[in-house]
Design a protein around this ligand. Sequence first.
Ligand SMILES: [Zn+2]
Length: 65
Amino acid sequence: MAEPKKKRSQSRKGKHRSHQALSGPTLMLCPSCKSPKASHRVCPTCGMYNGRQAVVITTKKNKKQ
Ligand SMILES: [Zn+2]
């Protein structure tokens, strides 16, 4: 098996890993309810997309009725 020729120092390891951080999802505000949502996705809070009601959001309270 191939082995690394030299030990990678803590400093070099840290420099390498400084670019590995994960970034969170980019969110924008829903134009109708102003809650954060992913762009080009139906709003999970109000179900609106492109100015129309794309999905009817049902909560546990509404399902019982
Ligand atoms: Zn919304």
